[in-house]
Design a protein around this ligand. Sequence first.
Ligand SMILES: Cc1cc2nc3c(=O)[nH]c(=O)nc-3n(C[C@H](O)[C@H](O)[C@H](O)COP(=O)(O)OP(=O)(O)OC[C@H]3O[C@@H](n4cnc5c(N)ncnc54)[C@H](O)[C@@H]3O)c2cc1C
Length: 414
Amino acid sequence: MAIDFTLPPDVEAVRARVRDFMDSEVRPAEEKLYANASGGEPDRREVVGMILELRQRAKDWGVWLPHMPTEWGGVGLGITAMAFVAAESARTNFGPFVLNAQAPDEGNQHTLLHHATPDQQERYLRPLLEGRVRSCFAMTEPEVAGSDPTGIRTAAVLDEAAGEWVINGHKWFISGARGAGFAILIAKTDPDADPPQASNTAFLVDLPADGWEVVRDVETMAGRGNHCEIRITDLRVPDANVLGGRGNGHLLGQARLGPARLAHCMRWIGQVETALELLVARAEERQLHGQPLAEKQAIQWMMADSAMELYAAKLMVLHAAYKIEHDLPFRQEVSFAKHHVANTLWRVVDRAIQVHGALGYSTDTPLERMLRHARSARLVDGADEVHQALIARNVRRAYAETGSIRSATGDLEL
Ligand SMILES: Cc1cc2nc3c(=O)[nH]c(=O)nc-3n(C[C@H](O)[C@H](O)[C@H](O)COP(=O)(O)OP(=O)(O)OC[C@H]3O[C@@H](n4cnc5c(N)ncnc54)[C@H](O)[C@@H]3O)c2cc1C
Protein backbone atom coordinates (compact mmCIF):
# COMPACT_ATOMS: atom_id res chain seq x y z
CA MET A 1 0.00 0.00 0.00
CA ALA A 2 1.43 3.36 -1.05
CA ILE A 3 -0.96 5.62 0.89
CA ASP A 4 1.06 7.36 3.56
CA PHE A 5 -0.12 10.50 5.35
CA THR A 6 3.09 11.14 7.28
CA LEU A 7 5.15 14.08 6.08
CA PRO A 8 8.74 13.52 4.96
CA PRO A 9 11.11 14.98 7.60
CA ASP A 10 12.32 17.84 5.36
CA VAL A 11 8.73 18.98 4.61
CA GLU A 12 7.74 18.64 8.28
CA ALA A 13 10.74 20.80 9.20
CA VAL A 14 9.61 23.59 6.82
CA ARG A 15 5.99 23.33 7.99
CA ALA A 16 7.05 23.61 11.63
CA ARG A 17 9.39 26.51 10.84
CA VAL A 18 6.61 28.38 9.02
CA ARG A 19 4.24 27.87 11.97
CA ASP A 20 6.91 29.09 14.36
CA PHE A 21 7.61 32.11 12.13
CA MET A 22 3.90 32.98 11.91
CA ASP A 23 3.46 32.64 15.70
CA SER A 24 6.53 34.53 16.80
CA GLU A 25 6.94 37.19 14.08
CA VAL A 26 3.84 37.69 11.92
CA ARG A 27 0.98 37.36 14.45
CA PRO A 28 2.45 39.78 17.01
CA ALA A 29 3.12 42.37 14.25
CA GLU A 30 -0.46 41.99 12.96
CA GLU A 31 -1.96 42.30 16.43
CA LYS A 32 -0.06 45.54 16.94
CA LEU A 33 -1.23 46.81 13.54
CA TYR A 34 -4.91 46.05 14.21
CA ALA A 35 -4.72 47.44 17.75
CA ASN A 36 -3.76 50.82 16.22
CA ALA A 37 -6.35 50.62 13.40
CA SER A 38 -9.36 52.86 13.57
CA GLY A 39 -12.63 51.40 12.17
CA GLY A 40 -11.18 47.89 11.87
CA GLU A 41 -8.99 48.45 8.77
CA PRO A 42 -5.33 49.44 9.22
CA ASP A 43 -3.68 52.16 7.16
CA ARG A 44 -2.31 50.77 3.86
CA ARG A 45 1.11 52.41 4.31
CA GLU A 46 1.49 50.79 7.72
CA VAL A 47 0.53 47.41 6.23
CA VAL A 48 3.13 47.75 3.46
CA GLY A 49 5.80 48.82 5.97
CA MET A 50 5.04 45.81 8.16
CA ILE A 51 5.11 43.40 5.20
CA LEU A 52 8.46 44.71 3.94
CA GLU A 53 10.04 44.36 7.37
CA LEU A 54 8.63 40.85 7.84
CA ARG A 55 9.73 39.80 4.34
CA GLN A 56 13.34 40.37 5.32
CA ARG A 57 12.78 38.20 8.40
CA ALA A 58 11.17 35.49 6.21
CA LYS A 59 14.39 35.37 4.19
CA ASP A 60 16.43 35.13 7.40
CA TRP A 61 14.19 32.29 8.64
CA GLY A 62 14.55 30.38 5.34
CA VAL A 63 10.80 30.40 4.61
CA TRP A 64 10.82 32.89 1.69
CA LEU A 65 9.16 31.60 -1.56
CA PRO A 66 8.37 28.11 -0.23
CA HIS A 67 6.78 27.11 -3.57
CA MET A 68 9.65 28.11 -5.87
CA PRO A 69 12.68 26.00 -6.90
CA THR A 70 15.88 26.54 -4.93
CA GLU A 71 17.73 27.76 -8.06
CA TRP A 72 15.24 30.65 -8.10
CA GLY A 73 15.80 31.46 -4.41
CA GLY A 74 12.89 29.41 -3.05
CA VAL A 75 12.54 26.51 -0.63
CA GLY A 76 11.68 24.09 -3.46
CA LEU A 77 8.49 22.51 -2.09
CA GLY A 78 6.23 20.56 -4.46
CA ILE A 79 2.52 21.37 -4.56
CA THR A 80 1.51 18.64 -2.05
CA ALA A 81 4.08 19.77 0.50
CA MET A 82 3.03 23.35 -0.20
CA ALA A 83 -0.51 22.53 0.98
CA PHE A 84 0.77 22.23 4.54
CA VAL A 85 2.89 25.35 4.40
CA ALA A 86 0.25 27.52 2.72
CA ALA A 87 -2.34 26.55 5.34
CA GLU A 88 0.13 27.46 8.11
CA SER A 89 0.86 30.84 6.54
CA ALA A 90 -2.85 31.64 6.12
CA ARG A 91 -3.55 31.21 9.82
CA THR A 92 -2.48 34.86 9.87
CA ASN A 93 -3.82 37.63 7.62
CA PHE A 94 -0.64 38.71 5.88
CA GLY A 95 1.40 35.48 6.16
CA PRO A 96 1.14 34.59 2.44
CA PHE A 97 2.28 38.14 1.45
CA VAL A 98 5.18 37.92 3.86
CA LEU A 99 6.35 34.66 2.21
CA ASN A 100 5.79 36.16 -1.30
CA ALA A 101 3.28 33.36 -1.90
CA GLN A 102 0.09 35.39 -2.28
CA ALA A 103 -2.40 35.77 -5.13
CA PRO A 104 -1.98 36.91 -7.84
CA ASP A 105 1.83 36.89 -7.67
CA GLU A 106 2.06 33.19 -6.81
CA GLY A 107 0.04 32.19 -9.88
CA ASN A 108 2.03 34.58 -12.06
CA GLN A 109 5.30 33.19 -10.71
CA HIS A 110 4.29 29.65 -11.71
CA THR A 111 3.10 30.88 -15.11
CA LEU A 112 6.39 32.64 -15.82
CA LEU A 113 8.43 29.72 -14.54
CA HIS A 114 6.71 27.28 -16.91
CA HIS A 115 5.74 29.41 -19.93
CA ALA A 116 8.09 32.42 -20.20
CA THR A 117 11.22 32.54 -22.38
CA PRO A 118 14.56 32.76 -20.52
CA ASP A 119 14.70 36.44 -21.43
CA GLN A 120 11.20 37.09 -20.09
CA GLN A 121 12.09 35.18 -16.91
CA GLU A 122 15.06 37.46 -16.26
CA ARG A 123 12.99 40.61 -16.87
CA TYR A 124 9.81 39.67 -15.04
CA LEU A 125 10.16 36.54 -12.91
CA ARG A 126 13.48 37.44 -11.30
CA PRO A 127 12.39 40.81 -9.78
CA LEU A 128 9.04 39.29 -8.76
CA LEU A 129 10.80 36.52 -6.86
CA GLU A 130 13.23 38.94 -5.26
CA GLY A 131 10.27 40.93 -3.95
CA ARG A 132 11.33 44.03 -5.87
CA VAL A 133 8.04 44.28 -7.79
CA ARG A 134 4.46 43.05 -7.56
CA SER A 135 2.35 41.93 -10.52
CA CYS A 136 -1.27 41.53 -11.59
CA PHE A 137 -3.30 39.28 -13.88
CA ALA A 138 -5.80 41.12 -16.09
CA MET A 139 -8.53 39.04 -17.67
CA THR A 140 -12.01 39.98 -16.37
CA GLU A 141 -14.03 42.72 -18.11
CA PRO A 142 -17.14 44.58 -16.89
CA GLU A 143 -19.06 44.28 -20.16
CA VAL A 144 -18.84 40.49 -20.65
CA ALA A 145 -19.20 37.44 -18.38
CA GLY A 146 -15.89 36.61 -16.72
CA SER A 147 -17.07 32.98 -16.51
CA ASP A 148 -16.71 32.72 -20.30
CA PRO A 149 -13.28 34.09 -21.31
CA THR A 150 -13.99 33.44 -25.01
CA GLY A 151 -16.17 36.58 -24.83
CA ILE A 152 -13.24 38.87 -23.97
CA ARG A 153 -13.46 42.12 -25.95
CA THR A 154 -10.09 43.70 -25.19
CA ALA A 155 -8.49 43.57 -28.62
CA ALA A 156 -4.83 43.39 -29.66
CA VAL A 157 -3.85 44.18 -33.25
CA LEU A 158 -0.34 43.62 -34.58
CA ASP A 159 1.43 46.65 -36.07
CA GLU A 160 3.85 44.57 -38.13
CA ALA A 161 6.06 47.48 -39.22
CA ALA A 162 6.71 48.46 -35.59
CA GLY A 163 6.80 44.87 -34.27
CA GLU A 164 4.29 45.95 -31.62
CA TRP A 165 0.75 45.06 -30.59
CA VAL A 166 -1.76 47.88 -30.15
CA ILE A 167 -4.25 47.03 -27.43
CA ASN A 168 -7.62 48.62 -26.54
CA GLY A 169 -10.10 47.48 -23.94
CA HIS A 170 -11.50 47.60 -20.44
CA LYS A 171 -10.75 45.39 -17.41
CA TRP A 172 -11.89 45.33 -13.83
CA PHE A 173 -11.29 43.57 -10.53
CA ILE A 174 -7.61 43.36 -11.39
CA SER A 175 -6.10 42.49 -8.01
CA GLY A 176 -2.90 44.26 -7.09
CA ALA A 177 -3.00 46.49 -10.21
CA ARG A 178 -2.19 49.75 -8.45
CA GLY A 179 1.54 49.73 -7.83
CA ALA A 180 2.20 46.60 -9.92
CA GLY A 181 5.47 46.52 -11.88
CA PHE A 182 3.91 44.50 -14.68
CA ALA A 183 0.71 42.79 -15.76
CA ILE A 184 -0.09 39.55 -17.52
CA LEU A 185 -2.84 40.85 -19.80
CA ILE A 186 -5.25 38.60 -21.71
CA ALA A 187 -6.49 40.10 -25.00
CA LYS A 188 -8.18 38.90 -28.16
CA THR A 189 -5.77 38.56 -31.09
CA ASP A 190 -7.64 36.10 -33.34
CA PRO A 191 -11.39 36.75 -33.14
CA ASP A 192 -12.24 34.10 -35.78
CA ALA A 193 -10.13 31.33 -34.27
CA ASP A 194 -11.55 27.82 -34.24
CA PRO A 195 -11.93 26.72 -31.49
CA PRO A 196 -12.80 30.13 -29.94
CA GLN A 197 -10.54 29.23 -26.98
CA ALA A 198 -7.59 29.90 -29.36
CA SER A 199 -8.62 33.53 -29.89
CA ASN A 200 -6.87 35.00 -26.82
CA THR A 201 -3.21 35.74 -26.19
CA ALA A 202 -1.31 36.64 -23.00
CA PHE A 203 0.96 39.71 -22.98
CA LEU A 204 3.54 40.94 -20.51
CA VAL A 205 2.93 44.65 -19.95
CA ASP A 206 5.48 46.85 -18.18
CA LEU A 207 3.76 49.20 -15.73
CA PRO A 208 3.08 52.04 -15.44
CA ALA A 209 2.50 52.51 -19.18
CA ASP A 210 0.96 55.06 -21.52
CA GLY A 211 -2.47 53.71 -22.43
CA TRP A 212 -2.91 51.77 -19.15
CA GLU A 213 -5.10 53.90 -16.88
CA VAL A 214 -6.09 52.79 -13.39
CA VAL A 215 -9.61 54.28 -13.25
CA ARG A 216 -10.36 53.31 -9.65
CA ASP A 217 -9.82 50.82 -6.88
CA VAL A 218 -13.26 49.16 -6.86
CA GLU A 219 -14.90 49.55 -3.45
CA THR A 220 -16.04 46.08 -2.26
CA MET A 221 -17.80 44.66 0.79
CA ALA A 222 -14.30 44.05 2.17
CA GLY A 223 -13.26 47.65 1.53
CA ARG A 224 -10.68 48.68 -1.05
CA GLY A 225 -8.50 45.69 -1.78
CA ASN A 226 -6.62 47.09 -4.79
CA HIS A 227 -9.01 45.29 -7.18
CA CYS A 228 -8.83 47.90 -9.94
CA GLU A 229 -10.75 49.01 -12.98
CA ILE A 230 -8.37 49.58 -15.91
CA ARG A 231 -9.00 51.50 -19.14
CA ILE A 232 -6.65 50.41 -21.96
CA THR A 233 -6.22 52.86 -24.86
CA ASP A 234 -3.75 52.31 -27.70
CA LEU A 235 -1.40 50.50 -25.34
CA ARG A 236 1.73 49.39 -27.27
CA VAL A 237 3.38 46.11 -26.33
CA PRO A 238 6.42 44.64 -28.17
CA ASP A 239 5.82 41.35 -29.98
CA ALA A 240 8.62 39.86 -27.82
CA ASN A 241 6.26 40.30 -24.82
CA VAL A 242 3.76 37.69 -26.02
CA LEU A 243 3.73 35.09 -23.26
CA GLY A 244 3.35 31.40 -24.08
CA GLY A 245 2.68 31.90 -27.81
CA ARG A 246 -0.06 33.59 -29.84
CA GLY A 247 -3.53 32.09 -29.31
CA ASN A 248 -2.52 30.32 -26.09
CA GLY A 249 -4.04 32.85 -23.67
CA HIS A 250 -6.90 30.54 -22.71
CA LEU A 251 -4.67 27.48 -22.27
CA LEU A 252 -2.24 29.51 -20.21
CA GLY A 253 -5.07 30.83 -18.05
CA GLN A 254 -6.32 27.28 -17.46
CA ALA A 255 -2.83 25.97 -16.67
CA ARG A 256 -2.36 28.88 -14.26
CA LEU A 257 -5.74 28.45 -12.64
CA GLY A 258 -5.44 24.76 -11.70
CA PRO A 259 -2.59 25.15 -9.20
CA ALA A 260 -3.59 28.76 -8.37
CA ARG A 261 -7.11 27.63 -7.38
CA LEU A 262 -5.61 24.98 -5.19
CA ALA A 263 -3.22 27.49 -3.63
CA HIS A 264 -6.27 29.61 -2.69
CA CYS A 265 -7.87 26.51 -1.12
CA MET A 266 -4.76 25.84 0.93
CA ARG A 267 -4.81 29.36 2.33
CA TRP A 268 -8.57 29.17 3.00
CA ILE A 269 -8.03 25.99 5.02
CA GLY A 270 -5.79 28.01 7.35
CA GLN A 271 -8.60 30.56 7.73
CA VAL A 272 -11.17 27.81 8.44
CA GLU A 273 -8.94 26.42 11.19
CA THR A 274 -8.58 29.83 12.76
CA ALA A 275 -12.36 30.36 12.68
CA LEU A 276 -13.11 26.95 14.19
CA GLU A 277 -10.56 27.51 16.95
CA LEU A 278 -12.20 30.85 17.77
CA LEU A 279 -15.61 29.13 17.80
CA VAL A 280 -14.43 26.42 20.20
CA ALA A 281 -12.56 28.84 22.49
CA ARG A 282 -15.63 31.07 22.84
CA ALA A 283 -18.01 28.14 23.39
CA GLU A 284 -15.77 26.71 26.13
CA GLU A 285 -15.42 30.00 28.00
CA ARG A 286 -18.95 31.45 27.67
CA GLN A 287 -21.21 30.40 30.58
CA LEU A 288 -24.99 30.08 30.52
CA HIS A 289 -27.49 28.04 32.55
CA GLY A 290 -24.59 27.11 34.82
CA GLN A 291 -22.47 25.46 32.15
CA PRO A 292 -20.22 26.35 29.19
CA LEU A 293 -21.98 27.08 25.90
CA ALA A 294 -19.98 24.17 24.49
CA GLU A 295 -22.19 21.76 26.48
CA LYS A 296 -25.20 22.64 24.31
CA GLN A 297 -25.85 20.02 21.69
CA ALA A 298 -26.76 22.63 19.05
CA ILE A 299 -23.31 24.14 19.44
CA GLN A 300 -21.66 20.71 19.34
CA TRP A 301 -23.39 20.06 16.01
CA MET A 302 -21.82 23.22 14.66
CA MET A 303 -18.42 22.00 15.88
CA ALA A 304 -18.99 18.53 14.42
CA ASP A 305 -20.20 19.81 11.03
CA SER A 306 -17.30 22.24 10.84
CA ALA A 307 -14.75 19.58 11.80
CA MET A 308 -16.09 17.14 9.20
CA GLU A 309 -16.17 19.76 6.47
CA LEU A 310 -12.64 20.88 7.32
CA TYR A 311 -11.36 17.30 7.25
CA ALA A 312 -12.98 16.68 3.86
CA ALA A 313 -11.47 19.97 2.64
CA LYS A 314 -7.99 18.86 3.65
CA LEU A 315 -8.33 15.47 1.95
CA MET A 316 -9.69 17.01 -1.24
CA VAL A 317 -6.87 19.53 -1.43
CA LEU A 318 -4.23 16.89 -0.77
CA HIS A 319 -5.65 14.51 -3.37
CA ALA A 320 -5.88 17.25 -6.02
CA ALA A 321 -2.30 18.34 -5.20
CA TYR A 322 -1.14 14.73 -5.47
CA LYS A 323 -2.72 14.44 -8.92
CA ILE A 324 -1.09 17.66 -10.15
CA GLU A 325 2.28 16.59 -8.79
CA HIS A 326 2.03 13.16 -10.48
CA ASP A 327 0.92 14.56 -13.87
CA LEU A 328 -2.50 12.90 -13.58
CA PRO A 329 -5.73 14.55 -14.82
CA PHE A 330 -6.64 16.96 -12.02
CA ARG A 331 -9.37 19.38 -13.16
CA GLN A 332 -12.28 17.48 -11.61
CA GLU A 333 -10.51 17.19 -8.25
CA VAL A 334 -9.47 20.86 -8.28
CA SER A 335 -13.11 21.82 -8.94
CA PHE A 336 -14.28 19.62 -6.02
CA ALA A 337 -11.72 21.28 -3.76
CA LYS A 338 -12.35 24.84 -4.98
CA HIS A 339 -16.12 24.57 -4.46
CA HIS A 340 -16.00 22.65 -1.18
CA VAL A 341 -13.31 24.73 0.54
CA ALA A 342 -14.82 28.09 -0.52
CA ASN A 343 -18.20 27.06 0.90
CA THR A 344 -16.67 25.52 4.02
CA LEU A 345 -14.87 28.79 4.68
CA TRP A 346 -18.11 30.73 4.41
CA ARG A 347 -20.11 28.34 6.63
CA VAL A 348 -17.49 27.91 9.37
CA VAL A 349 -16.79 31.64 9.72
CA ASP A 350 -20.55 32.26 9.84
CA ARG A 351 -20.99 29.61 12.57
CA ALA A 352 -18.13 31.12 14.57
CA ILE A 353 -19.88 34.51 14.38
CA GLN A 354 -23.14 32.88 15.54
CA VAL A 355 -21.45 31.33 18.57
CA HIS A 356 -19.88 34.69 19.49
CA GLY A 357 -23.32 36.38 19.54
CA ALA A 358 -23.20 40.17 19.39
CA LEU A 359 -19.43 40.04 19.83
CA GLY A 360 -19.20 38.14 16.54
CA TYR A 361 -21.07 40.96 14.77
CA SER A 362 -18.68 43.53 16.20
CA THR A 363 -15.26 44.43 14.84
CA ASP A 364 -13.67 43.34 18.14
CA THR A 365 -12.80 39.89 16.74
CA PRO A 366 -11.30 39.11 13.28
CA LEU A 367 -14.45 37.14 12.34
CA GLU A 368 -16.51 39.86 10.66
CA ARG A 369 -13.49 40.80 8.54
CA MET A 370 -12.95 37.14 7.67
CA LEU A 371 -16.60 36.78 6.62
CA ARG A 372 -16.46 39.83 4.34
CA HIS A 373 -13.34 38.49 2.65
CA ALA A 374 -14.68 34.92 2.55
CA ARG A 375 -17.64 35.89 0.37
CA SER A 376 -15.41 36.46 -2.64
CA ALA A 377 -14.10 32.87 -2.43
CA ARG A 378 -17.34 31.60 -3.97
CA LEU A 379 -16.88 33.96 -6.96
CA VAL A 380 -13.19 34.12 -7.82
CA ASP A 381 -11.30 31.44 -9.72
CA GLY A 382 -14.59 30.17 -11.12
CA ALA A 383 -17.92 30.82 -9.41
CA ASP A 384 -19.56 27.90 -7.56
CA GLU A 385 -21.88 27.13 -10.47
CA VAL A 386 -19.05 27.03 -13.01
CA HIS A 387 -17.39 24.27 -11.00
CA GLN A 388 -20.67 22.45 -10.44
CA ALA A 389 -21.39 22.53 -14.19
CA LEU A 390 -17.91 21.17 -14.95
CA ILE A 391 -18.20 18.48 -12.29
CA ALA A 392 -21.62 17.36 -13.58
CA ARG A 393 -20.36 17.32 -17.17
CA ASN A 394 -17.51 15.00 -16.18
CA VAL A 395 -19.87 12.74 -14.19
CA ARG A 396 -22.22 12.43 -17.17
CA ARG A 397 -19.34 11.82 -19.57
CA ALA A 398 -17.82 9.14 -17.34
CA TYR A 399 -21.16 7.36 -17.08
CA ALA A 400 -21.82 7.61 -20.83
CA GLU A 401 -18.35 6.29 -21.70
CA THR A 402 -17.88 3.59 -19.06
CA GLY A 403 -21.27 2.96 -17.41
CA SER A 404 -19.61 4.03 -14.13
CA ILE A 405 -19.06 7.39 -12.44
CA ARG A 406 -15.89 6.23 -10.68
CA SER A 407 -13.41 8.12 -12.86
CA ALA A 408 -15.30 11.36 -12.15
CA THR A 409 -15.40 10.89 -8.38
CA GLY A 410 -11.70 11.02 -7.63
CA ASP A 411 -10.82 7.99 -9.77
CA LEU A 412 -10.23 6.04 -6.57
CA GLU A 413 -10.64 2.27 -6.43
CA LEU A 414 -13.25 2.51 -3.67
C1 LIG B 1 -12.07 39.93 -4.90
C2 LIG B 1 -11.96 39.61 -6.37
C3 LIG B 1 -10.71 39.58 -6.99
C4 LIG B 1 -10.60 39.32 -8.36
N1 LIG B 1 -9.35 39.35 -8.96
C5 LIG B 1 -9.24 39.20 -10.30
C6 LIG B 1 -7.98 39.37 -10.96
O1 LIG B 1 -6.95 39.60 -10.32
N2 LIG B 1 -7.94 39.28 -12.33
C7 LIG B 1 -9.04 39.01 -13.07
O2 LIG B 1 -8.93 38.93 -14.29
N3 LIG B 1 -10.27 38.86 -12.47
C8 LIG B 1 -10.40 38.95 -11.11
N4 LIG B 1 -11.63 38.82 -10.49
C9 LIG B 1 -12.80 38.56 -11.31
C10 LIG B 1 -13.30 37.13 -11.20
O3 LIG B 1 -12.39 36.26 -11.81
C11 LIG B 1 -14.70 37.11 -11.84
O4 LIG B 1 -15.56 37.80 -10.97
C12 LIG B 1 -15.22 35.71 -12.08
O5 LIG B 1 -14.50 35.09 -13.11
C13 LIG B 1 -16.72 35.76 -12.47
O6 LIG B 1 -16.90 36.62 -13.55
P1 LIG B 1 -18.04 37.76 -13.47
O7 LIG B 1 -17.84 38.54 -12.23
O8 LIG B 1 -18.02 38.49 -14.76
O9 LIG B 1 -19.40 36.98 -13.30
P2 LIG B 1 -20.28 36.32 -14.46
O10 LIG B 1 -19.42 35.53 -15.38
O11 LIG B 1 -21.15 37.38 -15.03
O12 LIG B 1 -21.15 35.31 -13.61
C14 LIG B 1 -22.18 35.77 -12.71
C15 LIG B 1 -22.78 34.60 -11.99
O13 LIG B 1 -23.39 33.74 -12.96
C16 LIG B 1 -23.41 32.43 -12.47
N5 LIG B 1 -22.82 31.53 -13.48
C17 LIG B 1 -21.69 31.71 -14.19
N6 LIG B 1 -21.45 30.64 -15.00
C18 LIG B 1 -22.46 29.78 -14.80
C19 LIG B 1 -22.79 28.49 -15.31
N7 LIG B 1 -21.99 27.88 -16.20
N8 LIG B 1 -23.92 27.90 -14.86
C20 LIG B 1 -24.72 28.51 -13.95
N9 LIG B 1 -24.46 29.71 -13.40
C21 LIG B 1 -23.34 30.33 -13.82
C22 LIG B 1 -22.58 32.40 -11.18
O14 LIG B 1 -23.44 32.46 -10.05
C23 LIG B 1 -21.79 33.70 -11.28
O15 LIG B 1 -21.42 34.21 -9.99
C24 LIG B 1 -11.75 39.05 -9.12
C25 LIG B 1 -13.02 39.07 -8.49
C26 LIG B 1 -13.13 39.34 -7.14
C27 LIG B 1 -14.48 39.36 -6.50
